[in-house]
Design a protein around this ligand. Structure first.
Ligand SMILES: Cc1cc2nc3c(=O)[nH]c(=O)nc-3n(C[C@H](O)[C@H](O)[C@H](O)COP(=O)(O)O)c2cc1C
Length: 500
C-alpha cells in the first residue's frame, strides 16, 4: 500500500482543501486547484499502461522515470579511440537486405523435429525470478514475433504455456518441472511435458555466466505459493539448486544423457547451456561426442558478463570466460572435431542491439539470446532490486499488487517490437557489410583497436581452426589440451585454465 501513499495523501489533501474552500473561504481554492491537478495526474499514472513504474507508484514513480531516460542517453556515446573499441567492417559494395530476416535451423542428424530459431530470442529467466505477468508478456511477444522463449530453470509454468509462444524448456540441476521426490530427474514427467506442442527444444543447463559452478538461487521472499507449487518446494524458503548435476558425472555420461533427453522428447532438438571455464573440459565433451557418435543439436554459450535474478554474487564477472572467448573456444572446438555442421551455437551476454547480434555471429554464434534487454522491453528500470521481490516495474516481483504495474498486452507488443527492430537492425548492418546471410560473415569483419595507432581484425587476433584438424593432428597451441581432454572424467582433464 505504501506505493499508493503519495496519491492517497494528495487525494485526502484535495478533499480537505476543497471542503475548506466551500465551507470557509474561497482562498482555499489556491491550494485545492493545484491539488486537484495532481490528483488528476496521479489517476492518469494509475490507469495508463505505457510506464510500469508510474502504474505501480502513481506520482511517486515520476522522478525515477526521468532518471531512466537520462541514463539511456548517456549510454549512447561511444569512444571510438578507446583501446578495446570494436567495430564491424562496412563494404563499399553493400547489398539489399533480405525481405525476411534469416532463421537458423536447429536439429542435427538425430533430431526428428528440427526448429527454425530466430536470430534473437528470450534467454532463460524462470517464473519465480520473473513475475507471472512478465513471463506471460514475454511468451505472448514470442508468439507475435515467432521467436523462442527459454523457460529458465524454474520449470514449465502455466504462464509459459498461456501465450502460445515457442519454448525452449530448460532443465537445471534442481530438475524443476520433472523432479522426483528426492530431487532427481523424473523421466516420465519430462517426457509428458516435452511432448507439449509449445515445447520446441529442450536444454540442459550446466552453468550460467553470473555464477558458473554455483547452481541457481531463488531468495525466500520470491518463493510464493504459486512458485513453490511449480517447483515442488516449500513456500517462503530460499531455493538453492545444487552446483552440479546428478544425472551425469563424466563427459561421456553427459553426452549420453543428452541423447536420452532427445529420445524422451520425441526427437525434439536438445542442447546444453554453459559458461566456459577450461578449454580442456569442453574438449573432453567434444571427445565424448566423437567417441559415442552422438551430438546435441545446440550449445548455448553464456558469458561471464551474464545476469541473474539472484542477489549479486561476489564472483560476478570473476568466474568463467567472457562471451567473446567462450564463444570462440566452443566454435573452434566444434570445428576442430568436425562437429560444427551438426551443432548450432547460441550466445548470450549483453546482446541488446543489431550490431551486438552481428558481432556474436562473427565470433562463431548462429543465433543469440537476450535476458536483460528483454526485461527492459518489459519495463525494467534497473532498480537493482530483482532479488528483493520489490521491483517497481512489476517485472521481478511475486507480489500481486506490485506485478500489476506491468500491463501484459502493452508489454508483449513492446517485446515483439523490440525483437523485430533489433533483428531488422542486425540484417541491415549485415547488408551494409555486403552480407545477406550470417554464413557470409568472417572473423575479418570485426576489428578491435589494440593501441592508439593499431587496429587488428578478429582473423588476426584469434586462432581459427580448420575443420577436423583436432582429429587429424592438432596444432601445437591445442595439442596439450586435446591430449588431456578425457571423455571419462572432468577431473582427469587436469586442473585450471590452459587455453590461449
Ligand atoms: C532475472 C534473471 C533470471 C535468470 N534466470 C536464469 C535461469 O533460470 N536459467 C538460466 O540459464 N539463465 C538465467 N539467467 C541468465 C540469462 O539467461 C542470461 O544467460 C544472462 O543474463 C546473459 O544474458 P543478458 O546479458 O542478455 O542478460 C537469468 C538472468 C536474469 C537477469
Amino acid at each position: 500500500m505504501r506505493r499508493y501513499l503519495v496519491l492517497l495523501l494528495v487525494v485526502l489533501g484535495t478533499a480537505g482543501a476543497t471542503a475548506a474552500a466551500c465551507a470557509l473561504s474561497a482562498w482555499w481554492w489556491c491550494l485545492a486547484g493545484p491539488l486537484l491537478a495532481l490528483t488528476g495526474a496521479g489517476c492518469r499514472d494509475l490507469l495508463q499502461c505505457r510506464e510500469p513504474v508510474l502504474r505501480g507508484r502513481p506520482l511517486a514513480g515520476r522522478p525515477r522515470g526521468g532518471r531512466a531516460v537520462v541514463l539511456q542517453e548517456r549510454a549512447a556515446g561511444v569512444d571510438v579511440y578507446a583501446v578495446g573499441h570494436e567495430f564491424l567492417v562496412p563494404s563499399l559494395h553493400p547489398v539489399e537486405p533480405p525481405e525476411e530476416p534469416p532463421v537458423v535451423r536447429v536439429g542435427g542428424p538425430d533430431c526428428r523435429q528440427p526448429y527454425d530459431m530466430a536470430l534473437l530470442n528470450v534467454s532463460g529467466m524462470s517464473f519465480g525470478a520473473l513475475s507471472s505477468r512478465a513471463v506471460l508478456a514475454l511468451n505472448r511477444g514470442a508468439e507475435q514475433g515467432r521467436f523462442a522463449q527459454d523457460t529458465g530453470e524454474g520449470g514449465l509454468s502455466d504462464h509459459h504455456l498461456r501465450g502460445g509462444g515457442d519454448l525452449v524448456w530448460e532443465i537445471g540441476t534442481g530438475y524443476f518441472g520433472c523432479r522426483t521426490d528426492d530431487g532427481g530427474f523424473d523421466a516420465r514427467e519430462f517426457a509428458d511435458k516435452a511432448a507439449l506442442p509449445e515445447v520446441r527444444c529442450v536444454s540442459l543447463k550446466l552453468s550460467q555466466g553470473a555464477a558458473p559452478g554455483g547452481g541457481g538461487m531463488l531468495p525466500s521472499v520470491k518463493v510464493s505459493a504459486a512458485v513453490a507449487r511449480e517447483r515442488g518446494v516449500p513456500v517462503g524458503e530460499t531455493v538453492v539448486s545444487p552446483p552440479r548435476h546428478r544425472v551425469f558425472s563424466t563427459p561421456r555420461e553427459l553426452v549420453l544423457f543428452l541423447a536420452r533427453m532427445r529420445e524422451l522428447a520425441g526427437g525434439k532438438p536438445v542442447g546444453f547451456k554453459l559458461c566456459v571455464g577450461s578449454r580442456r573440459e569442453f574438449l573432453a565433451v567434444c571427445r565424448a561426442m566423437v567417441a559415442e557418435g552422438v551430438t546435441p543439436d545446440f550449445v548455448v554459450v553464456d558469458g561471464a558478463e551474464g545476469g541473474t535474478g539472484a542477489p549479486p554474487a561476489e564472483s560476478a564477472g570473476r568466474l568463467g570466460m567472457p562471451l567473446t572467448e567462450g564463444l570462440i573456444t566452443v566454435h573452434n572446438a566444434l570445428v576442430g572435431t568436425g562437429l560444427r555442421d551438426r551443432i548450432r551455437i547460441g550466445a548470450s551476454g549483453r546482446v541488446a542491439t543489431g550490431p551486438d547480434i552481428v558481432k556474436r555471429l562473427v565470433q562463431g554464434a548462429d543465433y543469440t539470446n537476450s535476458a536483460r534487454a528483454m526485461m527492459r522491453a518489459l519495463g525494467c528500470v534497473d532498480a537493482g532490486r530483482c532479488h528483493t521481490g520489490t521491483c517497481p516495474a512489476g517485472v521481478t516481483t511475486q507480489d500481486r499488487l506490485r506485478a500489476r504495474a506491468l500491463d501484459v498486452d502493452d508489454r508483449s507488443r513492446r517485446v515483439h517490437r523490440y525483437q523485430r527492430a533489433t533483428v531488422r537492425s542486425a540484417v541491415r548492418v549485415m547488408a551494409s557489410m555486403g552480407v545477406r546471410e550470417p554464413r557470409g560473415l568472417t572473423p575479418a569483419h570485426l576489428v578491435r583497436r589494440t593501441g592508439p595507432t593499431t587496429l587488428r581484425s578478429y582473423a588476426e587476433l584469434y586462432e581459427w581452426l580448420e575443420p577436423g584438424v583436432l582429429l587429424a593432428g592438432p596444432p601445437q597451441s591445442w595439442a596439450a589440451d586435446w591430449k588431456a581432454a578425457d571423455p571419462d572424467g572432468f577431473a582427469r582433464c587436469g586442473d585450471g585454465f590452459s587455453g590461449r
